[in-house]
Design a protein around this ligand. Sequence first.
Ligand code: NAP
Length: 436
Amino acid sequence: MIDRLPVPFGLVRYGVAPDHESIRSIRNTLERTLEKSCVRFYGDVSIGVDLSIAELRESVDAVIYAYGAGTDRRLGIPGEQLWGSIAAAELVAWYCGNPDVHPDAGQFSTSDHLMAADIDELITSSQHAVVVGVGNVALDIARILIKSVDQLTDTDMAAQVLDSLSRKSITDVHVLGRRGPAYTAFTTKELREMGQIPGVDLVVDPADLELDSSSQAVVQQNKVAARNMVVFQDWAGRPLSGASKRISFHFWTRPTMIMGSDQVTGVEIERTMINSEGYVVGAGGRQTLAADLVVRSVGYRGLPLVGVPFDENTGRVPHAEGRVIRDGGFSPGEYVTGWIKRGPTGVIGTNKSDAVETVTSLLADVHDGAVQAHGRSGKLDRLLAERGIRPLGMTAWHRINAAEIELGAKHGRLRTTLAHRKELLAAAKSDADNLA
Ligand code: NAP
């Protein structure tokens, strides 16, 4: 298993919200797999930089691409580029302590993305946040923005992230859904959790919950939609407690412009409806929501990796049952799984059945002789060694793990994530390395 970052666990460490400890604990299962003698972890090896796809394919008998959806989708409305308008992916990477957004001291960023210092400035200067989109990522973002720092200290968040969150003063998070409450992409467990945050009122307009005939049909056919409606109805029926913080859900509402001259001051929104062809269209009735922070959480999109077939229209690697299609036919020894295979949908468990399909194809190809073991064991190691690249393995992870647990213990926490690459590399080194 090869990862660009110095540590294993990918999405589980850098995508799942830190306050979702039970989902994050899947890490333990993954760790047991990585510890098996037949599995090797190569951390801090970047395919496309350290090794080309062609070199990788020549070094092993089969490759499974599992590099996910590397970017966010845009809204395509005026003002999206303003200071204060940010992608959910940037915020997620920040609060999960991803070294990509936590540059080392003195490291010059070449990325177009906001870095930790920018996000700190935004988070600590904002009072009203607007989150566009009604999927589970939008819920993660709204929760992290509204929770007080005391409600987040029992997570493994990096110290600098907690420090920023301790200085924030966000009182209102507005979540915008361009369709009605029957059409959200929320899972019910995650939605219910929003109503259980102490000190936060949930605001839902009862008028938004009156269902037209197509919404009624959705609720009748879709159990999740029906359960979500019950949650919204419960919230709409609750008197507001007068708490100092609120999450407000606005349905049939989409942003038409992010307002401000150099930084966000508000969002122009309009009412929407679904037209006879099934498209979301404006229904008139524009108004302005005051906001200093706008987070677009409208889904992710896969990025091409040089040397791997890619469908620009879908943002995915073309495949059949996980077998990569290259030049119109199957490419022996090339497979794909996860978001770069099926698009950015599904919960963690969806990846299991997805991977099973891919691995079943791989094993069938081995059985049929389409993929053969060439006894290339060691070729990858030799190639990396020739280039002076020293992958970080599970021993390095054990040291990083121990360092994070030790750091956490100093502050009465189970773990504190090390967010800077230099910190991770320093923790990964053994005393012997330090003497060398
Ligand atoms: P998502 O589930 O696809 O939701 C995207 C949302 O953005 C939808 O509500 C969509 O509305 C809306 N949207 C898209 N384009 C829009 C536009 N131009 N203007 C306004 N709204 C727009 O994506 P996600 O939230 O990024 O989540 C990705 C996947 O990760 C999902 O499968 C999610 O369940 C999963 N996830 C799971 C968890 C968890 O289990 N705890 C946590 C995080 C993520 P329309 O439906 O109208 O297009």
